[in-house]
Design a protein around this ligand. Structure first.
Ligand code: ZN
Length: 236
């Protein structure tokens, strides 16, 4: 898993024809509606591909919702905001296939270095799409003339735990302490934070013992889902 994607499915509403005097958003919407080029999807089916630029503002809008919801970010959230989202990791696209319009937001895992931050960001944006669905729908209608019907969720029921020094960790629900070899971990971290470990085996052993009791928790502990949850720094 190197990249995650959020896929919005809907349709474009009809808009008035573009003229030089059209207001900005109409011009943007119209370009999006009328200047597609033809391409192929992964199965070789012909699709119309639209200019993705008009959707940048929607990405900023849902990111802003995450920031407002989280408020003052803890160390783990800061690592996602400053160490991951601030990099140019989002690849947005719009295409039409079989009468539906698909808006895809794809996020890079930075060649494996940031796969946990990758999942955390997708998890947060999915939460925004659920918790602020009406506001998201209104924004897309007003800005893009896009009527949102549905969206595909790529990560559900993840348990994410804030560890401060190593950022967020994703709980490996299949982990069994007694069966683990030296390099198996109950929490999956961004590889970027593990590169300089002197003794990875000792680190995993510490993590596995410290978080063994978390195997049975059922609610996500990230700062978005659980604002009162304290970060659990890893004890050496
Ligand atoms: Zn969460």
């Amino acid at each position: 898993m190197a990249r995650t994607a959020i896929v919005l499915i809907g349709k474009l509403l009809d808009v008035a024809p573009y003229t030089d005097q059209s207001p900005g958003f109409l011009a943007r919407t119209f370009r999006m509606k009328t200047h597609p080029y033809l391409g192929e999807d992964s199965e070789g089916k012909q699709i119309k591909i639209y200019n993705p630029r008009p959707i940048n503002r929607f990405y900023d809008f849902i990111l802003q919702k995450v920031r407002l919801r989280i408020g003052s970010p803890n160390e783990s959230s800061k690592r996602v905001f400053d160490g991951y989202i601030s990099l140019d990791i989002a690849d947005l696209s719009i295409f039409e296939s079989e009468k539906s319009i698909f808006i895809t937001l794809v996020f890079s895992g930075c060649a494996g270095m940031a796969e946990t931050s990758n999942v955390v960001l997708a998890h947060w944006l999915q939460k925004v799409l659920i918790d602020y669905r009406t506001e998201c729908e209104d924004f897309l209608i007003n800005e893009n003339h896009f009527e949102l019907r549905d969206f595909e969720q790529c990560f559900v029921n993840e348990i994410i735990i804030a560890t401060k020094s190593y950022g967020y960790g994703i709980l490996n629900k299949n982990f069994v302490l007694d069966e683990a070899d030296g390099f198996e971990s109950i929490l999956e971290f961004d590889k970027a934070y593990l590169e300089n470990l002197d003794d990875p085996e000792a680190f995993y052993s510490t993590v596995n013992k410290q978080f063994a009791n978390f195997a049975s928790i059922t609610s996500c502990q990230c700062q978005y889902c659980n604002p009162n949850s304290q970060e659990k720094d890893i004890e050496p």
